[in-house]
Design a protein around this ligand. Structure first.
Ligand code: PEP
Ligand code: MN
Length: 341
């Protein structure tokens, strides 16, 4: 960290900054320049909380030299993290992984039908919410425990791994009983108590980007999980809020290679919540694969018109099959195989 003093800072003001740095437990190294004095903070191996320094008279600017996150960064870990699931699926390597299923688990028939066709088309992970974080309290909130039981049966039936969302600490423990991957939804990205609890559970985590979260905030949320000792974390871009309401969200395709340059964690793309529009999902999925996403998570439903949540963005079985062929072609062009069971 570097503290840039104002050009007219007095020796007393500079001395107070130095004393404050010392009180924080570090050494201040003053570097007088032509225009101003810069004070380097020596001896810190991490990002410091600069609050004690910010309000001091004579301080012009505080520059953080290192990133605020640590364990998620590429500097911390040079080799890419590969998330390994019990059914053999690996996320973060060369192979493109597809996670697919309904937004919400609605019934045995609905879930099994979906699981069967996504498995046949090449997905290796089944998604489905048993606990749903709905915008309206009057909307379908999920089947809860019964939904988890159905997911467990679907895994038994198909061999697909299960990803399902925990909406609070209580449901996190319930989901951990059956899930291969615990999903932290966009709305909960900065629920730090939940992140800590899920970090301690230790199962692989799919961390969605918050609708208005910066890349830095997203990586800091992931840092909570790693700080609890859980390194099996995937970052999922699912679209962010913008001024334009033509689509549900705006897919930040740039975030995919950007986050890969900053972090060793695998990156997943969710074209369903990014667009909210069935017809747009395959193109955004293709773009995400082209941009380097390690995995795609997508919503599909045997009868989208009857879906209890997110029907307008759910692919039909035929749409899903067609998209899978396209994704295989895009991945293939980049020398990447489609993961298989
Ligand atoms: C979901 O995956 O069903 C979901 C609610 O996603 P998000 O948290 O990205 O809105
Ligand atoms: Mn959904």
């Amino acid at each position: 960290m570097l503290i840039l003093m104002r050009g007219d800072a007095t020796p007393e003001q500079i001395a107070l900054v130095e004393a404050t740095v010392a009180r924080m437990g570090f050494r201040a190294q003053a570097m007088p320049g032509q225009q101003r004095v810069a004070i380097g903070v020596v001896g810190n191996d991490r990002r410091l909380d600069d609050t004690p320094l910010r309000g001091l008279d004579g301080v012009h600017e505080i520059v953080h030299v290192s990133a605020p996150y640590k364990q998620v960064s590429r500097e911390w870990r040079k080799t890419p993290t590969i998330v390994k699931l019990d059914n053999g699926t690996e996320i973060g390597g060369d192979a493109l992984v597809v996670m697919a299923g309904p937004c919400a688990v609605e019934s045995r028939e609905q879930l099994f039908a979906t699981a069967d066709y996504v498995r046949a088309a090449g997905a290796t992970v089944l998604r489905g919410g048993a606990y749903k974080p709905r915008t309206s309290p009057y909307a379908f909130q999920g089947l809860g425990e019964e939904g988890l039981q159905l997911l467990a049966e679907a895994r038994q039936r198909t061999g697909l791994a299960i990803v399902t969302e925990a909406i609070d600490i209580e449901s996190a423990h319930a989901c951990a009983e059956v899930a291969d991957i615990l999903q932290v939804g966009a709305r909960n990205m900065q629920n730090f108590a939940l992140l800590r609890a899920i970090g301690r559970i230790g199962k692989p985590v799919l961390l969605k980007r918050g609708p208005s979260a910066t890349i830095k905030e997203w990586l800091l949320a992931a840092e909570y999980l790693l700080a609890e000792g859980n390194a099996q974390v995937m970052l999922c871009e699912r679209g962010i809020r913008s001024f334009d309401d033509a689509t549900r969200n705006v897919m930040d395709v740039t975030a995919i290679p950007l986050v890969q340059s900053l972090s060793h964690l695998p990156v997943v793309a969710d074209p369903s919540h990014a667009t909210g529009v069935r017809a747009l999902v395959p193109a955004v999925a293709r773009a995400s694969v082209a941009a380097g996403a390690h995995a795609i998570i997508v919503e599909t439903h045997p009868e989208p018109r009857r879906a209890l949540s997110d029907g307008p963005q759910a692919l039909t079985e035929a749409d899903f099959r067609a998209m899978m062929a396209q994704l295989q072609a895009v991945a293939g062009a980049l020398g990447r195989p489609l993961a298989s069971l």
